[in-house]
Design a protein around this ligand. Structure first.
Ligand SMILES: NC(=O)c1ccc[n+]([C@@H]2O[C@H](COP(=O)([O-])OP(=O)(O)OC[C@H]3O[C@@H](n4cnc5c(N)ncnc54)[C@H](O)[C@@H]3O)[C@@H](O)[C@H]2O)c1
Length: 312
C-alpha cells in the first residue's frame, strides 16, 4: 500500500551527503523496523518500509499508527485535529513495499531489521548492496551478531559503508542508538551514521564490534549474577529487585528486566558467548545457571509467556 510516492534521484558514486541520507529504506517491518521507520518519518525523512508480504506491512503500519497516536496525544492534549494531522503527516513520509530491490534503488541509508539469523541477513545485504546506490550506507540493527560477520560476503567498498545501528525496544521511547564500527568501516560512514542518529532525535554511543556492544555486554553479567545471588539463597527476587531500584536508582530490578527481555533470549545470548564469544569464551560470568535452565525448559520465559521469575 502506498502512503506517499517515491521520489527518484540520480546517484553518482561521490560521497554521500546528509540530504541523501534523508532517504531511508528499512528492511523488516516488525517491532524494531516499524519503530525505526516511525522515528525517521517523524523527523521528515522519506522512509520506505519493506517486508516479505502485505500482511506483515499492514501489521507494521498498525504498530506505527498506534504509537504515533500515543505521541500525538501527549504532544497535543485536548486537540484531536492536531493529533490527527501529526499522525497523518508522519505516515505520509512512509511508503510500504514488498519490493526490496526497487526500494533501495535511491536510498541513502538502508537499515536491516529482519530476524536475528546470520544467513538471512547476509543474503539480504549481498543482494541489496548491489541494487542500492554505490555510496549508500548499509546498516544492521542486529543485537547479537558480529557486524563484520554479517558484512563478510560483501566487497571491500561495501564493507567500508557497513555499520551497526543498534536501536532499543521500544524504539520511539528509547533514546539510545549504539553505532557499531567494525575494523573495516571508514570514518565518514561512522560520522554520517552518528549525524543520522542525531537527526532522528536519538543519542548515539559509538563502540567497537564486540559481543553485546556496550549495553548488553554490561547488562548480561548483571542479570546472571542476580540469578546466582537468588540461587545461593542470599535474598528473594523481590528483595533483590527492591534493593537495586531503591539502592542503585535503577528503574527496574534485574528480575523484572529478565522477565521483560525474555529468559530464552538471555539464555540464547549467554550460551553463545560462553561457547564462542570473542574474548568471552569460557568466562564464568556468562555460564548459564540451573535456575535459568529450568525456567526456560518449563516454558517460563517471562512477560511474553505469562510466567518467569514472576507471574503476569
Ligand atoms: N526486539 C528487540 O527487543 C530488539 C532490540 C534490538 C535489536 N533487535 C534486533 O532487530 C531485528 C528485528 O527484531 P524484531 O524484534 O523487530 O523482529 P520481528 O520478528 O518483530 O520482525 C522481523 C520482521 O522481518 C521480516 N522479514 C524476515 N525476513 C525478511 C526479508 N528477507 N525481507 C524483508 N523482511 C523480512 C519479518 O516478516 C518480520 O516482519 C533482529 O535482528 C533483532 O535481534 C531486536
Amino acid at each position: 500500500m502506498k502512503i506517499s510516492s517515491l521520489r527518484k534521484h540520480a546517484f553518482t558514486s561521490s560521497a554521500i551527503t546528509q540530504s541523501d541520507i534523508r532517504r531511508v529504506t528499512v528492511i523488516g517491518s516488525g517491532q524494531m523496523g516499524s519503530g525505526i521507520a516511525q522515528v525517521a518519518a517523524m523527523k521528515q525523512h522519506e522512509v520506505t518500509l519493506v517486508d516479505v508480504n502485505q500482511e506483515a506491512l499492514e501489521r507494521g503500519k498498525g504498530y506505527m499508527s498506534k504509537s504515533l497516536k500515543r505521541v500525538a496525544k501527549k504532544k497535543f492534549p485536548e486537540d484531536a485535529k492536531a493529533q490527527n494531522q501529526f499522525v497523518e503527516k508522519a505516515l505520509g513520509h512512509v511508503t510500504l513495499s514488498t519490493n526490496a530491490s526497487k526500494s533501495v534503488s535511491n536510498a541513502g541509508l538502508v537499515v536491516e531489521a529482519v530476524v536475528e539469523n546470520l544467513k538471512a541477513k547476509q543474503n539480504i545485504f549481498v543482494k541489496l548492496a548491489m541494487e542500492a546506490p554505490d555510496n549508500a550506507i548499509l546498516a544492521s540493527n542486529t543485537s547479537s551478531l558480529p557486524i563484520a560477520k554479517i558484512a563478510a560476503p560483501l566487497t571491500l567498498s561495501q564493507r567500508k559503508r557497513f555499520i551497526g545501528l543498534h536501536f532499543f525496544n521500544p524504539v520511539p521511547q528509547m533514546k539510545l542508538v549504539e553505532v557499531v564500527r567494525s575494523d573495516e568501516v571508514d570514518q565518514k560512514t561512522v560520522d554520517d551514521a552518528v549525524a543520522f542518529v542525531k537527526s532522528i532525535g536519538k543519542t548515539p554511543a559509538v563502540c567497537k564490534d564486540t559481543p553485546g556492544f556496550i549495553v548488553n555486554r554490561l547488562l548480561l553479567p548483571y542479570m546472571m549474577e542476580s540469578i546466582r545471588l537468588l540461587e545461593s539463597g542470599v535474598a528473594s527476587a523481590r528483595d533483590i529487585d527492591t534493593a537495586m531500584k531503591l539502592g542503585a536508582g535503577y528503574p527496574m530490578g534485574p528480575f523484572e528486566l529478565c522477565d521483560y527481555v525474555g529468559l530464552d533470549t538471555i539464555k540464547f545470548i549467554v550460551d553463545g558467548w560462553y561457547k564462542e564469544g570473542a574474548g568471552l569464551k569460557g568466562n564464568k560470568l556468562f555460564e548459564s545457571s540451573k535456575k535459568l535452565d529450568e525456567l526456560v525448559q518449563a516454558g517460563s520465559l517471562g512477560v511474553k509467556s505469562g510466567k518467569g521469575f514472576y507471574d503476569y
